[in-house]
Design a protein around this ligand. Structure first.
Ligand code: R5P
Length: 286
């Protein structure tokens, strides 16, 4: 198999190719003066199975992904696997207000059109590790939660997991099971894209090393508010972990808020301490 790493996931692409014992495929990416992207596949892929690893954090990442997948097919690859560690647009997986676009469906359909398989790491609307069908497209959902749990196991002694909202309760339960500890969740209400309110009865976290886990940290609003409330209940420490660290306002905002902040490398960021390369390589070997 030839592994390609898109511009958003170059490092991860290298890591996966290395684990699989393969070279990384070569491609050229350029931008026209009007902003349109240009892709050219440099490696001979005719008759070969290929995988493209590319998170789609921006619209441009998505276009690069689609063009590259289709170009690989155009060059005669037998199978083209889309591996999208962080796939954007997955949070709009429901029509919340009449008239809204169902973005997740549209974007997945586009990828499906130009690839033979689709896998993601902790897709926002799927539960842990599973093979799922979403509007007729098969998705392999890879799970990075055990990796985060293992990392934290070696750092803390009295864990207790708290989900910042009901939506991430599944992750908290899974982590608590792995670490053999208690779990609970907060009640979050989203006021706007940047503002959340967390209301809660007091939880008994005194002396505990609290772990707050979410699939995505975007603006950081959810975690900062959750940490502020938990801090008032006097835990021994607050350890924040996420799979996808977008950190739109930087990681500095967590200083003094949490004692530890970690993420996986589905996206590059200064706290990407846990690599999902092994999980992806294992999936591609199947
Ligand atoms: C929402 O459903 C997600 O699981 C995260 O809780 C959310 O994306 C976090 O966003 P922010 O960091 O902007 O509060």
């Amino acid at each position: 198999m030839i592994v390609f790493g898109g511009s958003r996931s170059t490092g991860l692409g290298w890591e996966v190719a290395k684990i699989l014992g393969n070279d990384l495929g070569k491609s050229e990416l350029a931008k026209f003066p009007d902003g349109e992207l240009y892709i050219r596949i440099d490696t001979d892929v005719k008759g070969k199975e290929c995988a493209l690893i590319q998170s789609t954090r921006t619209n441009e990442d998505l276009i690069e992904l689609l063009l590259t997948l289709d170009a690989l097919r155009g060059q005669g690859a037998t199978q083209v696997h889309a591996v999208i560690p962080y796939m954007g647009y997955m949070r709009q997986d429901k029509i919340f207000k009449k008239g809204e676009a169902l973005s997740s469906k549209t974007v997945i359909k586009l990828v499906d059109e130009v690839s033979d398989s689709l896998s993601m790491v902790n897709c926002h609307f799927l539960n842990s590790e599973e093979e799922a069908f979403y509007h007729h497209t098969h998705i392999s959902n890879l799970n990075a939660i055990p990796l985060l749990a293992e990392y934290l196991r070696s750092k803390i002694s009295k864990p207790m997991v708290i989900a910042p909202d009901k939506g991430s309760l599944g992750y908290a339960m899974e982590t608590a099971k792995l670490l053999n500890c208690d779990f609970d969740h907060l009640q979050k209400t989203r006021v706007s894209g940047t503002e959340v309110v967390v209301k809660n009865k007091k939880l008994d976290v005194k002396g505990k090393d609290v772990i707050i886990l979410d699939d995505i940290i975007s603006t950081g609003g959810t975690i900062v508010e959750a940490s502020r409330i938990i801090r008032g209940w006097r835990p021994a420490s607050i350890n924040v972990g996420c799979v996808h660290g977008l950190f739109l306002k930087g990681v500095e905002m967590f200083q003094g808020v949490s004692d530890r902040l970690i993420a996986t490398n589905t996206l590059d960021n200064p706290v990407a301490k846990v690599s999902v390369a092994g999980v992806i390589a294992k999936h591609l070997k199947k």
